[in-house]
Design a binder for this molecule. Structure first.
Ligand SMILES: O=P(O)(O)O[C@H]1O[C@H](CO)[C@@H](O)[C@H]1O
Ligand SMILES: O=c1cc[nH]c(=O)[nH]1
Length: 340
């Protein structure tokens, strides 16, 4: 009880500077986690909700594709302090993001020592830097969905609280200059609807893909504080294919004309779509259902009104990929009170 009142007094904004207050507020749930459950009466914290009644009766939960489990690993000890989870398609990108954020947060130790927590499987890669978890999800909805099932259970078993999830990805731009960062307003399907359809036992279940508005606005406001980071807010279309599914003329198959392609992309633009990628709807839907605040931040690699092939030099592509990382790192540092 002493610890509780100590923290309540100490977290009072009038008592200490705002920057320190934010760091302590971030740490407070970790302190409170060690104190039993009654603190929830006093401090509002968002738990990670799994929506599966069967989980409670399972003696052990094996997170097969992450090579982790509730009996083999002490998940609260390994992950209980996680506050930010960043996900992206490629293992290398997520490793360099973990190294980058390690450096940006001024964490102790050498960022070359950051190891892949999921090294026992080659399905996904996961890296931890202080309160930040960085995980790869592969390409497409099924790959993202499997990773998210296991990640959300992991956060639940680890008793994490107040976690936000951000996808940092790449995309095709619609009417935007290559290199523009798009903060997603709404994740929409290929009919421009803000919904995700999952077939369960032969029936279609439709889930909302609403993202956290406050978080998207915060990211957009943060982008204005960073030089050379052209950023817009707009809808992101999620497709189940990179080629025909995104109206490309350069796949192994193509059943439409250039005019039909452009007509579709213009319709998408008129519906508010500013970029196209392949995971945002399932990401948004699963996070929303489980009470997790989520955002999607993708850089555009090309303007789809002008072409389909990604012929940007490799060096420039790498620089573009870093832009969502720079923006998200800025947000994390601000939230932790490390910058004003
Ligand atoms: O840049 P990432 O996160 O890999 O995502 C985008 O790139 C892949 C296609 O090249 C798709 O997975 C698409 O969503
Ligand atoms: O055009 C693009 C570029 C990256 N990722 C996509 O899904 N589409």
């Amino acid at each position: 009880m002493f610890l509780f009142w100590f923290c309540m007094v100490f977290l009072n904004k009038d008592f200490i500077p705002e920057s320190k207050c934010r760091v302590l507020k971030t740490m407070a749930p970790i302190l409170f986690n060690t104190m039993g459950t009654d603190h929830s009466e006093y401090i509002e914290e968002e738990e990670v909700h799994v929506k599966n009644p069967h989980l409670d009766s399972m003696e052990e939960d094996i997170l097969y594709h992450l090579d982790l489990g509730t009996k083999t690993h002490n998940l609260p000890e390994m992950f209980g302090d996680i506050k930010f989870v960043c996900v992206g398609g490629s293992a290398n990108r997520m490793k360099s993001f973990a190294q980058f954020i390690h450096q940006e947060l001024g964490l102790p130790g050498d960022n070359d020592d950051i190891r892949d927590i999921c090294a026992g499987t080659d399905r996904y890669s996961m890296f931890k830097a202080g309160p930040v978890l960085s995980i790869s999800h592969g390409m497409g909805v099924p790959s993202m969905s499997i990773m998210l099932h296991e990640l959300i259970k992991l956060l639940h078993h680890a008793r994490c609280r107040d976690v936000i999830l951000i996808r940092i990805g790449t995309s095709g731009g619609v009417g935007l200059a290559p290199g523009t960062v798009v903060v997603t307003k709404q994740a929409v399907d290929c009919f421009f609807q803000a919904q995700f359809e999952q077939v369960v036992l032969g029936k279609v279940i439709t889930r909302s893909t609403e993202l956290d508005k406050g978080l998207a606005e915060e990211l957009l406001a943060n982008s204005a504080e960073i030089p050379n980071l052209p950023t817009v807010i707009g809808n992101t279309m999620c497709t189940h294919d990179f080629y025909e599914g995104q109206g490309r003329l350069d796949g192994a198959l193509c059943s439409f004309s250039t005019e039909e392609k452009l007509e579709y992309l213009h319709k998408a633009y008129d519906a508010g779509v500013r970029n196209i990628e392949m995971e945002s709807t399932v990401f948004a839907a699963m996070c929303l259902t489980c009470g997790l605040k989520a955002a999607v931040v993708c850089v555009t690699l090309l303007n789809r009104f002008e072409g389909d092939q990604i012929n940007t030099p490799h060096r420039l592509l790498l620089e573009y990929q870093q832009r969502p990382q720079v923006l998200v790192s800025h947000l994390i540092k601000k939230r932790l009170g490390l910058i004003q």
